[in-house]
Design a protein around this ligand. Structure first.
Ligand code: ZN
Length: 319
């Protein structure tokens, strides 16, 4: 392995390196796994290896192509913004990609397209993408990412080599955090890693400037325990005053939910754990994680507060 391989998921990176050196590259790859887990990091790694000009291990990190890639100005690498929901990549953009894919590369042998959240595309966009995946030009490589594998159109899935991206160990997450936040204390990194459960994106979010807001998170947790929808809405609305407050509340809530989850599995005393099923707790944890990720996507805080309230209320009814 080269020194340029990202931390963690060594098996995945070995598979990607092997795929590039075998020179039997598939024209479409699908990376899937939860939000923040590292799908785009893996896809970018593959893209840089595909475009690398070295005759030895790729990506070499030193050739002209690798330099352009690391500076974010490689003319044959196209990464589309991670727009979601109704703003997800549309049929017109996919048609543009298709058109572009049929023109020859600017620099080297390949053109690489990274398209995130393929499961959120409209049916017409997905069908347009399928057309180019069915008859890809020899020089075009499509790297797709999805949070929810099952929601990706079956016909698209069947055209792709599939790469699941799995959670990392806490030690690997801590090593990523130390690299990214060299001034942060060991304790802060450990705490963020413990909250994140192997998800580096979530850990990075949890490292945000704001400390967790325990009192507000506790109000949410209590309202949830007693099924008090009004109190839950009040606490979430209070948190929506700013993205910073919302993040602090969510990070605190995630820690409380994880503690209740442990209490439930260990059968120890815990107010929330005694009033909600294990499946309900797992769902609440997933909702909280998704909400933290949504904050990074510039979501409206007021809408997030309302959505959070209704989703948590639904989750607590799980049997
Ligand atoms: Zn290189």
């Amino acid at each position: 392995m080269t020194a340029n391989v990202p931390v963690g998921n060594q098996t995945l990176y070995q598979m990607l390196t092997a795929a590039v050196s075998s020179e039997h590259l598939c024209h479409a790859c699908l990376f899937f796994g939860e939000e923040g887990i590292g799908k785009r990091t893996a896809a970018r790694f593959l893209a840089s290896a595909v475009l690398c000009e070295s005759s030895k291990e790729k990506p070499c990190g030193q050739c002209a192509s690798c330099m352009k890639f690391s500076h974010g100005n490689h003319p044959d690498f196209y990464e589309y913004a991670g727009k979601r929901g109704k703003n997800a990549i549309g049929v017109d953009e996919i048609r543009q990609i298709r058109q572009d894919a049929y023109t020859i590369p600017n620099d080297g042998v390949y053109k690489v397209y990274l398209i995130p959240y393929v499961e959120e595309m409209s049916a017409s966009a997905a069908n347009a993408l399928l057309k180019v995946l069915e008859e890809p030009p020899a020089h075009a490589i499509f790297l797709l990412t999805a949070n929810h594998y099952d929601h990706v159109m079956e016909t698209i899935r069947s055209r792709c080599v599939k790469y699941p991206v799995l959670p990392l160990s806490d030690a690997q997450v801590i090593s990523i955090l130390k690299d990214r936040f060299p001034d942060a204390s060991e304790e802060k990194c450990q705490k963020a890693a413990a909250i994140a459960g192997g998800n580096p994106g979530l850990a990075i979010s949890a490292m945000g400037e704001t400390e967790e807001d325990v009192p507000l998170a506790q109000s949410v947790s209590d309202a949830l325990a007693f099924g008090d929808e009004y109190a839950l809405l009040c606490a979430c609305t209070k948190a929506s005053a700013s993205s910073q407050t919302m993040r602090a509340m969510l990070v605190g809530l995630l820690r409380l939910l994880r503690a209740s989850f442990l209490a439930k599995t260990n059968k120890t005393q815990d107010t929330l754990a005694s009033r909600i099923t294990l499946r309900g707790l797992m769902e609440c944890i997933a909702i909280t994680e998704e909400s933290i990720a949504a904050l990074d996507g510039n979501i409206n805080n007021g809408l997030l507060a309302m959505e959070l309230t209704s989703r948590l209320m639904n989750a607590r009814r799980f049997v």
